[in-house]
Design a protein around this ligand. Structure first.
Ligand code: ATP
Length: 306
């Protein structure tokens, strides 16, 4: 039996494996079988989301016994607020997202949503309340409509269009040869990275979860795509508790709190302006980012949106 995670378009490792094994992803729904690594405790009840407040309380975690990946991480995201996580490669950013989605259980400490330990609630109800916008989105070999609607399969046409408009992808879809019926994916129209991310945002808007996890694309985007993405992100994050692995200046500037992660520890935290004045790790990263975005923009005449 093939065991796969739900949803499938999630963090790299899983869907890369899937992409490799299933060229034809049309019927991916049939393959949606829960992974059994993390199991519900007996009698686990549903998660009740009220404000959507998220808390990491002294969370430590390691994939392998000898190497701690997260060390005593604590932070709170009040309902509707946005926290951005920044830090060098390998510092543990993605791991925080995986733990939130409960791909793994923490070694010590706890993750709470509105006071409920996520370890004690039904995984299915946890995942119903969390929307994920990954860096790279897998598209099914199906119509663009299906690709958006898959977040809520009983959504009607009007809902799909509203979500697409909010995600700033509607106008673009209308320029495709068959509009919403255009076939996309490996065997259809190829979408750019920016377009695929907006498809993921449209899905998430349609799903309408209380909590959004967003893994921002690292690639340099041209100014216009960047603007579209930013507008779409603002809509998907509005009034939702949001955790972003952030790579873009525009994102971190607006975050309610920035966590600077290094070797699995939070080394700095605060709002952008405060962190800049501290002249520490964040201020250095910011300088580097400014430089690379400037260079990226210079090169982005090969725009992915003509
Ligand atoms: P990046 O910015 O490159 O995505 P990150 O900050 O998201 O990095 P993580 O992916 O959370 O970092 O990884 C943190 C550490 O955990 C790294 O040292 C990584 O090698 C290790 N790691 C990640 N996934 C696994 C895994 N499935 N098994 C073992 N070690 C892992």
């Amino acid at each position: 039996i093939i065991q796969l995670y739900v949803p499938l378009n999630w963090f790299g490792t899983y869907y890369r494996a899937i992409q490799k094994n299933f060229v034809d992803m049309e019927n991916m729904f049939e393959l949606l079988v829960e992974q059994q690594e993390v199991v519900d405790i007996p009698g686990a009840g549903p998660l009740y989301v009220r404000q959507g407040t998220l808390e990491f309380c002294n969370v430590s975690f390691s994939y392998l016994p000898e190497r701690a990946v997260l060390k005593n991480i604590s932070f709170t995201v009040p309902g509707g607020k946005t926290v951005a996580i920044v830090g060098p490669s390998g510092s543990g950013k993605t791991t925080i997202m995986r733990l939130l989605f409960r791909f793994y259980d923490v070694d010590s400490g706890a993750i709470l949503i509105d006071g409920q330990n996520i370890k004690t609630v039904q995984q299915s109800s946890l995942r119903e309340n969390i929307g994920v916008v990954p860096q790279d989105t897998v598209l099914f070999n199906n119509s663009i409509r299906y690709n958006i609607q898959y977040a809520r399969i009983n959504a009607n046409e009007a809902d799909v269009i509203t979500a697409s408009k909010s995600a700033e992808i509607h106008e673009r879809i209308l320029t495709f040869p068959d509009g919403y019926d255009t076939q996309v994916g490996e065997r259809g129209l190829k979408l750019s990275g920016g377009e695929k991310q907006r498809v993921a945002i449209a899905r998430t808007i349609l799903k309408s979860p209380a909590i959004v996890l967003l893994d921002e694309a690292t690639s340099a985007l041209d100014t216009q795509t960047e603007r579209h993405i930013q507008a779409a992100l603002n809509k998907v994050c509005a009034d939702r508790t949001t955790v972003i692995v952030a790579h873009r200046l525009s994102t971190v500037i607006h975050a309610d709190e920035i966590l600077v992660l290094k070797d699995g520890e939070i080394v700095e935290r605060g709002r952008h302006d405060d962190l800049i004045t501290q002249e520490g790790v964040y201020a250095d990263m910011w300088q580097q980012q400014l430089k690379s975005e400037f260079e990226g923009n210079k090169k982005s005449s090969d725009s992915d949106e003509s």
